[in-house]
Write a protein that binds this ligand. Structure first.
Ligand code: ADP
Ligand code: MG
Length: 689
């Protein structure tokens, strides 16, 4: 029988009392042999050589072996153990500032001791402070391999972990799954690669192990990337087998009427993506498409046109936004566009309860409401659509994995699957698009509507506050509107609020006769809506807000945004916030206030914001700084999405994995399946969400 691939967890029986180190292993997620086999060293120590004591130089990290001449406790400023160790070439002091009687025993005069540490030239000659040491027999052999140092915890001694990994490695099911001829040349078999990484020979080039460029590392990364590509292909194929309503655009239909009624002409980019989406939803298989476009590029009208096509074909459309404010704004906009054309629209959010909600849910269930706009309340289990043909998810990366999975389930509930359009202003860098979103069709709006003046971004230290308030006065005098954004203090929602409230009072006092509003996450939604509508109508000139306004809010009269404590925000988030201004024809300014002193990296990050308005460039820099989790909406989990491969560094391997995946799936489906199960146990749900 061939080796099994991913052995199931041990059967759950009556709880056994686990030993402390085993519990510590489990805590690190090391349960199965394969988990341990894939638990790679952080670094290595070379214990394969002994250095003659006379050859040691200041700063060397070395291993020596000798006989203890003397072991005594010295009572200086603090008690310490001083040990004189000698080999044939010379003498060395081992100094221990913390010690136990057991140490004195190990280091007693006459013992042969092997010690490893950094050499310092002290007043009394060469010494090692707190070296690693143990007593050995006179001619005890040296290890044949470099000694691995593993990521571990306080409860888990390295020695125990080394043994556990060693025996797990021997048992782990690591049979070669991939036909050798299909592997990129130069990569060792998996078992060999792991053997090498856990126990490299003394001759191994440490630099290539350390920077993960060694072929053994490459093999691991390749396998991981391949599994990911395969799982996405499988998802894609599964989707292709599903049936969806073919939504065809009719001549002189709703979409045409909407276009004619719009106060603007679509940009070339909008026309292109409308055509791409139109071609997809006309197919009898469900669309799975991401529409990415920088803030302000006009994604909403593209969604509205797709909705019009679906509704014309007799199917319902759902549009979900991550916040109530944004959902409400979409609702107003879409109602404004589609109601005059005879479309009935429903509105569902978490705060809509009681009779109003029951009535809406009934309209959705009967199919009377053709367009349903809301937050994730739209996918709650008591909401059943009569005929859902198209689901649009705005700012999809802001939804958590659980919500995206809930949406999937809702979509799967019908005999015919609806088409899915996701929208995001956070562009996915190419490498990410190729790896996590390989399965996703992408449309890009790479053009802003005409007549926009680029936003100018400026950095100021917080002590320039007065000058900035003067600037706000000027702006308001010219009939413009201003956002003032206060940061989210992660540790304390309360502080956060205090901060926003204080700023609100400060601005109110500094701007007599001007209506200054306050918006934060703790307000009731009716209150929020009231403030937002005053601001949207232009009656309120200044809005102090926490990041609740972050996504999608569209008030064209706003031309100045001040972001307080800008250093606390992520780049993508700053870009989103900044995108709330510059939506009308007026030249807009974004002021990033920071309270110093800033670290050089923090300063660089803020400078990057001032240097570019290009969301792609910002996303690229953000990816460098924060890693891919951010883009996946997986930041809650904090999990690294790839354990071994690094999308920045391993683009070439990713290309190879991407090229191999379809062929492997076609010609060796069982091996492909085994590969996915080995590397992505648990199905990597976020990939499907
Ligand atoms: P985003 O892509 O950030 O969601 P929106 O859809 O909110 O952008 O559009 C931003 C603003 O630009 C809105 O006021 C919208 O009505 C307007 N807009 C969209 N398309 C065009 C266009 N082709 N010409 C002029 N204005 C447009
Ligand atoms: Mg938007």
């Amino acid at each position: 029988m061939p080796e099994a691939t991913a052995p199931a967890d041990p059967p759950k029986t009556t709880p056994v009392k686990l030993s402390a180190p085993v519990r510590a292993l489990h805590k690190l997620g090391l349960r199965r042999d394969i988990d341990l086999a894939l638990h790679l060293p952080l670094r290595y120590e070379d214990e394969t050589r002994l250095a003659p004591i006379a050859s040691l130089r200041d700063g060397d990290v070395a291993q020596v072996q000798g006989r203890v001449l003397e072991c005594r406790v010295e009572a200086r400023a603090r008690r310490q153990l001083v040990v004189r160790l000698a080999d044939l070439s010379g003498e060395l002091v081992l100094r221990l500032l913390h010690f136990y009687p057991s140490h004195q025993k190990t280091l007693a005069a006459g013992q042969t001791v092997r010690a490893r540490g950094e050499v310092r030239s002290g007043f009394f000659g060469r010494e090692m402070v707190h070296p690693e040491f143990r007593a050995v027999a006179e001619g005890a052999p040296l290890p044949q391999a470099l000694t691995p140092v593993y990521p571990s915890s306080a409860q888990l001694p390295q020695a125990y972990l080394r043994k556990a990994v060693g025996s797990a490695l021997a048992r782990a099911p690591l049979a070669e799954l991939l036909p050798a001829a299909l592997l990129p040349p130069g990569l060792p078999p998996l078992r060999e690669a792991l053997q090498f990484l856990h126990q490299p020979p003394p001759s191994a080039a440490l630099a290539t192990l350390q920077d993960h460029s060694h072929p053994a590392w490459q093999r691991l990364k390749f396998d991981e990337l391949l599994a990911q590509q395969l799982s996405q292909l499988q998802a894609q194929q599964a989707r292709a087998r599903l049936a969806a309503p073919a939504l065809r655009r009719v001549p002189a239909g709703l979409a045409e009427q909407l276009l004619a009624a719009l106060p603007f002409k679509l940009t070339a980019a909008q026309q292109r993506v409308v055509a791409e989406i139109g071609a997809d939803i006309a197919q009898p298989q469900p669309m799975h498409r991401l529409l990415q476009g920088d803030v302000g590029s006009g994604k909403t009208v593209v969604a509205a046109l797709a909705a019009a096509v679906a509704i014309d074909a007799g199917w319902q459309c759902a549009l979900m936004a991550p916040t109530e404010i944004l959902a409400e704004q979409h609702f107003r906009k879409l109602v404004g566009w589609l109601q005059p054309l005879g479309v009935t629209t429903a509105w569902l959010t978490g705060s809509r309860k009681g009779k109003g909600r029951t009535a809406m849910v009934a309209q959705v269930g009967s199919g009377e409401a053709m367009l349903v706009v809301g937050t994730h309340a739209v996918i709650q289990h008591d909401v059943a659509f009569a005929r859902l043909g198209l689901a649009v998810v705005d700012e999809q990366h802001r939804f958590g994995v659980a919500q995206r999975l809930a949406l999937r389930e809702k979509l799967n509930a019908q005999t015919l699957e609806p088409h899915l359009l996701m929208m995001s202003a956070t562009p996915i860098p190419r490498t990410l698009a190729m790896s996590y979103f390989a399965d996703l069709a992408v449309s890009t709006l790479d053009e802003l509507p005409p007549g926009r003046t680029p936003i100018v971004t400026k950095l100021f230290a917080d002590d320039k506050r007065d000058a900035i308030i003067q600037r706000i006065r000027d702006e308001v005098a010219r009939g413009r509107q201003v956002y003032w954004v206060c940061p989210l203090v992660e540790e304390s929602e309360h502080l956060d609020l205090q901060n926003a409230t204080a700023t609100h009072a400060e601005l109110g006092a500094a701007l007599p006769g001007t209506l200054v509003g306050l918006l934060h996450g703790r307000m009731a939604s009716a209150e929020k809506a009231a403030v937002m509508s005053l601001f949207t109508a232009g009656d309120m000139k200044v809005l102090v807000a926490t990041t609740v306004i972050e996504v999608g809010v569209d008030v064209p009269g706003a031309s100045l945004m001040v972001i307080e404590h800008a250093e606390r925000f992520g780049l993508a988030q700053l870009h989103q916030l900044r995108g709330r201004v510059g939506r009308g024809a007026a030249a807009s300014v974004c002021v990033l206030l920071y309270s110093g002193p800033l670290s050089p990296t923090a300063k660089d990050r803020l400078k990057a914001m001032a240097e570019t308005n290009d969301g792609f460039e910002i996303a690229r820099r953000d990816l460098e700084i924060r890693g891919p989790g951010e883009f996946m909406g997986a930041r809650q989990s904090g999990d690294a999405l790839l354990r071994f491969a690094d999308l920045q560094a391993d683009g070439a391997l990713l290309e190879q994995a991407r090229a191999l995946a379809p062929r492997l799936l076609r010609e060796h489906p069982q091996a492909a399946q085994a590969q996915v199960e080995r590397w992505l146990p648990g199905g990597a749900d976020y990939l499907k969400a």
